[in-house]
Write a protein that binds this ligand. Structure first.
Ligand code: NIG
Ligand code: FE
Length: 414
C-alpha cells in the first residue's frame, strides 16, 4: 500500500491532547513535525526526522519559495516536504445552507444602509429555489463545494429549508446528500406564505409527511427558534418528532434576540445550538452544565451588523465552542472559515489557538464526529497546508488566500 509522508512541517496542529510539545495544549501543537498517511488515515504523527528539523523555533525553518524536490519512495512512502509551512486539520464547517436558488445582495446593501435583518427574507429564497431545476441547484452546489475545498474545508454540513413543501424539501435533502453525509432537514426554517394563516397545519406537515420524505437523505433535524420563525413550543414538538424518527437534533437559537432556545437545547440534550448571539447569564450557566456545543457564526454578525457573540464569556464558563460559516444567501454569504477565524479572534475574544480548534475539532464535536477535526493516529487524513509559518496568519493576514494544499482522505485536491 502506498503511503505518504508529509514532512518539513513548521508547526502541526493535531488537536490531540498530549501529542504536542506542551502536554496540556488542547491543540496538540508540534513544532518541526511530520505526518504519515496510509489508506486515507493518519498512520503516524510526531517530530520530523532530526536531520530535517531545521529549527524548533517558530518560523525559522520556513522556506516556502525553495523548490526542494519531492523525494519518492523513501521507506515505501512518497514524501512531500512542505518547506516549514504550518499544517492544520481540514476545517469542519458544521452549519451551511448551500442548496438554494437566487441572490439577495440587495438586502445586504439595504442593511449596510441601515435596514435591519428579518427572518422573512428567507421566503424570497424559497421562491427562487422552488423555481430552480435539479441541475441548476447541483451546479450551484458544485461551485460551493469547490469554494469550500479551496479554503481548506474538508467536512461540511448542508441544510434544507429553502423549499418548504414535502416534495421540495425531499429534493433539497437528496441533492445535499450527493455532496455530504451531514445533511440536515430544516423544514422548520420559516412558515411559508401559503400557511401564514394556519401555522399549526404547517407544523403538522413538518412533523409528518415532510419529515418522512426527507428522512432517507438526512442525519439531522434543525429548527429556527426565533421571533418571526418558530416558537419554543413548536420547536420542541418538531425536534421530538425528528428524534422519534431517528434524526439527531440541532437548533438555530438566540440569534436575533434573547429567547428560550438555549434552555430548550439543554432540556432536549441536543448536539449543538447555533448562533448564541443573545444569551443571559442563566443561558450560559445552563450550557456550561450540559454537553451542548455552542456554535458561533460571526459571518452573520458581520453581514447583519448585530453585535458579535461573546465567545470569551462562553469559554470562560466552560462551554464547548465551535465556529462555522452559516453560508446562506441572506444573513451570511461567506463560505470562508479563515474569515470566520479572523472575526472570532478580532471581535469575539478568542485566541488563535481557540479559534482554530473551534473551526476544526469544535465543528467535529458539533457534528458528533470523532474521525475528523483532528490528526491523531486513525483520523481521516484531511490535511490543510497553509502558505504561512504559523496558524496565526489565519487571523493576522485576514482576506489573504493562505491555503497552499488540501488533502482529503490522504488524496490531494485540485
Ligand atoms: O442561519 N437563521 C436562519 N437561517 C439563516 C438565515 C437564512 C436566510 O436569511 O436566508 C441563518 O442565519
Ligand atoms: Fe443558519
Amino acid at each position: 500500500m502506498t503511503s505518504l509522508l508529509i514532512t518539513g512541517i513548521g508547526e502541526l496542529t493535531t488537536n490531540v491532547v498530549g501529542a504536542g510539545d506542551d502536554p496540556a495544549d488542547p491543540t496538540g501543537l508540534i513544532r518541526g513535525a511530520a505526518l504519515r498517511i496510509e489508506g486515507g488515515r493518519v498512520a503516524w504523527v510526531g517530530p520530523a526526522d532530526p536531520r530535517e528539523r531545521t529549527s524548533h523555533r517558530r518560523g525559522d525553518g520556513y522556506h516556502p519559495h525553495s523548490r526542494r524536490p519531492t523525494v519518492l519512495s523513501r521507506e515505501g512512502a512518497d514524501v512531500v516536504d512542505v518547506g516549514g509551512r504550518a499544517v492544520i486539520p481540514g476545517f469542519v464547517d458544521s452549519h451551511t445552507h448551500l442548496v438554494f436558488g437566487g441572490d439577495r445582495a440587495d438586502e445586504f446593501e439595504a442593511r449596510m444602509a441601515g435596514v435591519s435583518y428579518a427572518a422573512g427574507g428567507i421566503r424570497r429564497t424559497v421562491a427562487a429555489t422552488r423555481a430552480a431545476t435539479d441541475d441548476e441547484l447541483r451546479a450551484r452546489l458544485a461551485g460551493f463545494v469547490a469554494e469550500l475545498h479551496a479554503q481548506g474545508t474538508t467536512t461540511f454540513e448542508v441544510k434544507t429549508g429553502y423549499d418548504l413543501t414535502v416534495a421540495g424539501e425531499a429534493r433539497l435533502a437528496r441533492l445535499a446528500a450527493e455532496v455530504t453525509d451531514e445533511v440536515t432537514f430544516l423544514g422548520a426554517h420559516v412558515v411559508p406564505a401559503e400557511y401564514a394563516h394556519d401555522r399549526d397545519a404547517y407544523v403538522d406537515l413538518v412533523c409528518g409527511p415532510m419529515l418522512t420524505a426527507a428522512l432517507p437523505h438526512a442525519r439531522w433535524i434543525d429548527v429556527f427558534c426565533e421571533t418571526g420563525a418558530f416558537t419554543p413550543e413548536e420547536t420542541r414538538r418538531i425536534l421530538l418528532a425528528g428524534i422519534e424518527a431517528g434524526l439527531r437534533p440541532r437548533l438555530h437559537g438566540n440569534q436575533l434576540g434573547y429567547g428560550a432556545g438555549a434552555q430548550l437545547a439543554v432540556d432536549l440534550d441536543i448536539r449543538s445550538i447555533d448562533h448564541c448571539t443573545y444569551l443571559t447569564d442563566a443561558d450560559v450557566a445552563a450550557l456550561a452544565a450540559s454537553d451542548v456545543v455552542a456554535t458561533l457564526l460571526p459571518g452573520v454578525e458581520f453581514s447583519t451588523r448585530h453585535p458579535y457573540p461573546d465567545a470569551r464569556r462562553l469559554i470562560g464558563a466552560g462551554v464547548t465552542v465551535a465556529l462555522a460559516s452559516d453560508c446562506n444567501p441572506g444573513s451570511s454569504f461567506t463560505s470562508s472559515m479563515p474569515l470566520v477565524i479572523a472575526l472570532a479572534v478580532r471581535e469575539m475574544g478568542m485566541t488563535v489557538a481557540e479559534a482554530v480548534w473551534a473551526a476544526t475539532a469544535g465543528g467535529a464535536r458539533a457534528l458528533a464526529r470523532d474521525d475528523v477535526g483532528q490528526l491523531g493516529v486513525g483520523a481521516r487524513a484531511d490535511v490543510v497546508v497553509l502558505d504561512a509559518p504559523s496558524r496565526s496568519h489565519l487571523a493576522y493576514r485576514p482576506g489573504v488566500p493562505l491555503v497552499h494544499a488540501v488533502y482529503c482522505e490522504g488524496m490531494p485536491l485540485g
